[in-house]
Write a protein that binds this ligand. Structure first.
Ligand SMILES: O=C(O)CCC(=O)C(=O)O
Ligand SMILES: [Fe+2]
Length: 296
């Protein structure tokens, strides 16, 4: 399988079949055309999987699928997880996580999905169910671009650091009040508490070997082994750098879209600018591995 990635706006990647690639930005993100996920053959799915690693954020359009087809697509791309470690998404398949603005389902803080668990998802597959007339765009930041554009000196510091990620602030109250302290079964274990988990600040991508800045304001609570002030200062520098406009692509949703992202090297943020209109999204995540850093 070859992937021809040039500097033009439109490239073609080939795997027996061809898919057109329209870039979302100069460095990452792409819309793939010429695939129908309900009828795609194995070659096309392999190409989609490869494009996901290559471009980090993939947009597909005109895919009007059901939850079952959404889960099937994810299962063809990897191993699926349950929807979420603690969230009860209601009357949907176990693999589906529902974000409904009428049930406090917002994502207006930069985050990487589920980094508060030891094995955060490798990827996420998201589609809109209800969209506001305008607004509710989603933004992704590229942690590899951010790492590469840090000064070499700070890259050297970051390479050595570890940080704790904690789901308590976001989901602790929900777990206790809404679930009575009994969440879902994640990685074969019943989640009854959100225990801070330690990850490298720089993550080496298991498939490409590339390094990404792997901290996020949603879940990272502090950097290990430095003072509180140093931890806050370093995280502020990393967050401001990760979310520089040059490191971001933004998607304006239409019903029928599917967006897939590599959750090992990106962060995302959903604009909360459409209230009182309603927005509902369904997400299925792919099982990931334990993050590995340069010092491991
Ligand atoms: O609603 C969105 O656009 C993104 C929500 C989110 O953070 C997610 O699906 O992981
Ligand atoms: Fe998310």
């Amino acid at each position: 399988m070859t992937a021809t990635i040039g500097t033009a706006q439109t490239d073609t990647i080939t795997a027996g079949r061809e898919l057109d690639v329209v870039r979302l930005g100069p460095r990452f993100g792409a819309e793939l055309r010429g695939i129908d996920v309900t009828t795609a053959d194995d070659g096309q799915i392999a190409l989609l999987r490869e494009a996901l690693v290559e471009f980090k954020v993939i947009v597909l359009r005109d895919q009007h699928i059901t939850d079952a087809q959404h889960v099937q697509l994810a299962q063809r791309l990897g191993e699926t997880t349950i929807g979420h470690p603690v969230w009860d998404s209601g009357d949907v398949p176990d693999e589906v996580f529902t974000l409904d603005s009428t049930d406090n389902g917002f994502a207006d803080e930069w985050h990487t999905d589920v980094t508060f668990m030891p094995r955060p998802p490798a990827g996420s597959v998201l589609r809109p169910i209800v969209l506001p007339s305008t607004g509710g765009d989603t933004n992704w930041a590229d942690g590899e671009l951010a790492y590469e554009s840090l000064s070499p000196q700070l890259r050297g510091v970051a390479d050595e650091l570890y940080a704790y990620h904690d789901g308590e602030r976001e989901f602790g109250y929900y777990l206790r009040q809404r679930r009575g302290g009994v969440g879902n079964v994640w990685e074969g274990k019943q989640v009854t508490a959100l225990v801070p988990t330690r990850h490298p600040v720089v993550r080496i991508h298991p498939e490409t070997g590339r390094k990404a800045l792997f901290v996020n304001p949603g879940f990272t609570s502090y950097i290990e082994g430095v003072s509180d002030a140093e931890s806050r200062g370093l995280l502020d520098i990393f967050y401001a750098h990760l979310t520089k406009p040059e490191h971001i692509v933004r998607h304006r949703w239409t019903l029928g879209d599917i967006v897939l992202w590599d959750n090992r090297n990106t962060l995302h943020y959903a604009n909360r600018d459409y209230l009182p209109e309603r927005r509902v999204m369904h997400r299925v995540t792919l099982r990931g591995d334990e993050p590995v850093g340069p010092a491991d």
